[in-house]
Design a protein around this ligand. Structure first.
Ligand SMILES: Cc1cc2nc3c(=O)[nH]c(=O)nc-3n(C[C@H](O)[C@H](O)[C@H](O)COP(=O)(O)OP(=O)(O)OC[C@H]3O[C@@H](n4cnc5c(N)ncnc54)[C@H](O)[C@@H]3O)c2cc1C
Length: 390
């Protein structure tokens, strides 16, 4: 199957997520514009509301209190989340920490993951480094040296998203020659928050911290026993698919706004939609959005049904690459169609235009997605990626 039809249950979920975004998150966007910043208390209250409606931990297995939704359903929710700006969409797409949950020891599940699932704490992932490991994760320089029953961690970590409210970090470091994940508590001795820089998408609900670990002492019980590198990779693949989904949602919102505006706004005695200079870019946006959405749902279906992780990896890379670049073009055209209004921060076109830029960078840049896609093509040929399924 290339793209399965969405079941009535998934459609209902998607419609509920859309309603939440429109009724709760759009007004919050406007309040952020007026205030010039995010109000953490308001975000927390919205999170509680979304959780009460079931939009939380839905990706987790039932034994951990989740509803174990298939990737197709997760993508459907995430697509709606992408309609909101300022990162507010994450409120309705609050997936649980499945990748780390699958690797953690029973003791780590109890001490770190349990409180996360109960929403008592937050976590943040610290993989990227300023000097070596960005795109090239294999070049990781952070180290963990044994010291009795503990480990001493050293290194710098950048862009640690959500770090402002995290009570622990999931840090990737090289331990005895192997990339290994550690749970590092915020108050661990030797852990320092060096800086909280501002980013193009601010005001945003998450901050991206810079951390420094200097002989940071971490007990062996906080070391994820194995699969650090694999765990980080799995996290990347899921996050990339979700980026593709959010980009489709953002483009959908923008194109809908553009269509209404083009029909309503008049210049030279007629609606601007009657000028091909306005209508043709919208035609391109619709065509590209349709293609991106098909790729994204196809990749989500592959996640649920394709047994070969490498093929899934390639399909997700195609979806992330195409959808993020598509959304950038759609947002650029949207600003143009709205004219001066599209350049005002109170307008969603301006905010999406700025905020979508990072989707071509984080969780692997467009160039890295091309490296993955080209690698798969050269190694396996076209068939696994575009062959007609039996
Ligand atoms: C807002 C934000 C939030 C983030 N959140 C997190 C987080 O929570 N945790 C975390 O660990 N990281 C996070 N990141 C880091 C993010 O994943 C990296 O920025 C991204 O992977 C790129 O790495 P880099 O910035 O070091 O760029 P570099 O790797 O230095 O790349 C620079 C340029 O070189 C290009 N390039 C590199 N290698 C190749 C190649 N082989 N072929 C062609 N071109 C290449 C890149 O595409 C890019 O254009 C975040 C980043 C941002 C901006």
């Amino acid at each position: 199957m290339i793209v399965p039809d969405l079941s009535p249950e998934i459609r209902e979920l998607k419609a509920r997520a859309r309603r939440f975004v429109e009724e709760e998150l759009y007004p919050a966007e406007q309040r952020i514009v007026e205030r010039g910043d995010v109000d953490e208390d308001e975000v927390e209250a919205l999170r509680e509301k979304a959780r009460a409606e079931g939009f939380s931990n839905y990706n987790l297995p039932s034994e951990h209190g989740g509803s174990d939704l298939p990737m197709l359903a997760q993508v459907a929710i995430e697509e709606e989340a992408g309609r909101a700006t300022n990162g507010l969409g994450f409120i309705v797409a609050e997936r649980g920490p499945r990748e780390i949950l699958e690797l953690a020891t029973p003791d780590q599940l109890e001490r770190f993951i349990g409180p996360l699932l109960r929403h008592e704490t937050y976590e943040a992932w610290a993989i990227t480094e300023p000097d070596a490991a960005g795109s090239d994760v294999a070049a990781l320089e952070a180290t963990a040296e044994r010291d009795g029953d503990d480990w001493l961690l050293n290194g710098d970590k950048w862009y640690v998203t959500g770090g402002q409210h995290a009570s622990f970090f999931i840090v990737l470091a090289v331990a005895e020659g192997e990339q290994t994940l550690f749970f590092v508590e915020k108050d661990a001795l030797g852990l320092e928050i060096v800086r909280t820089p501002r980013f193009m998408h601010d005001p945003y609900i998450d901050r991206h911290l810079e951390l420094r670990l200097t002989d940071c002492r971490v007990p062996d019980a906080n070391r994820v026993p194995s699969g650090g590198n694999e765990g980080a990779k799995r996290w990347f693949v899921v996050e990339r698919l979700m980026i593709a989904a959010r980009c489709c949602g953002a483009a959908d919102r923008l194109l809908g706004l553009c269509r209404s505006w083009a029909l309503e706004r008049e210049a030279f005695g007629k609606p601007i939609a009657e000028f091909q200079g306005v209508a043709f870019p919208l035609a391109d946006s619709l065509t590209e959005l349709a293609a991106a959405r098909l790729l994204t749902y196809h990749a989500a279906h592959a996640f649920d049904a394709e047994p070969d992780d490498k093929i899934v990896h390639g399909k997700v890379a195609m979806a992330k690459l195409y959808a993020s670049e598509m959304a950038g073009r759609v947002a650029d055209r949207a600003v143009q169609v709205f004219g001066g209004r599209g350049y005002m921060t109170e307008h969603p076109a301006e905010r999406h235009f700025r905020e979508l830029r990072v989707d071509r960078i984080w969780e692997g840049t467009s160039e890295i997605q091309r490296v993955i896609v080209a690698g798969g093509l050269l190694k396996r040929g076209l068939e696994p990626y575009v062959g007609w399924p039996a």
